[in-house]
Design a binder for this molecule. Structure first.
Ligand SMILES: [Zn+2]
Length: 140
């Protein structure tokens, strides 16, 4: 696991058309160095470790900006707070209803068959599957 250095983070923000302010870099440092799933409140707590004065509203605004510019995806998992995913490639998720844990499944881990015919003019942009499981993994 290699943490991105600050210049790397600045470059990623600039490539996405985002001016790298201190606040945006603090949020980027929490989410972007590795694939992760975090709620806005978790991001806020982690960002405050680097930038204690960062406002909640600022963190929420930065998250929306990052989503709009393709640096993050919002996960639609019902019953849970919005989760931000820093893995923006095609993949699926395993969601544990008992523990709340979300983990990635590679795109090739499952096949979706029998997609409905789309109306003319529509084009499939992606398929995200959430497998909901219960229980805890058995120990070794
Ligand atoms: Zn994910």
């Amino acid at each position: 696991m290699t943490a991105l250095t600050a210049p790397d983070l600045q470059r990623r923000l600039r490539q996405a058309g985002i001016a790298p302010t201190l606040q945006r870099l603090a949020v980027a440092a929490v989410l972007l160095p590795r694939p992760t799933h975090m709620t806005a409140e978790q991001v806020l707590r982690a960002a405050r470790e680097q930038l204690p004065d960062i406002a909640r509203a600022t963190v929420y605004a930065v998250l929306q900006l990052f989503v709009a510019r393709g640096l993050l995806k919002e996960l639609p998992i019902d019953g849970a707070a919005t989760v931000y995913d820093s893995n923006t490639g095609a993949h699926h998720h395993l969601y544990n209803l008992d523990t709340g844990e979300i983990s990635d499944l590679p795109a090739e881990a499952l096949q979706v068959l029998g997609l409905p015919a789309l109306q003319p003019g529509l084009e499939l942009a992606g398929v995200d599957v959430v497998l909901r499981v219960r229980g805890r993994p058995a120990g070794p």
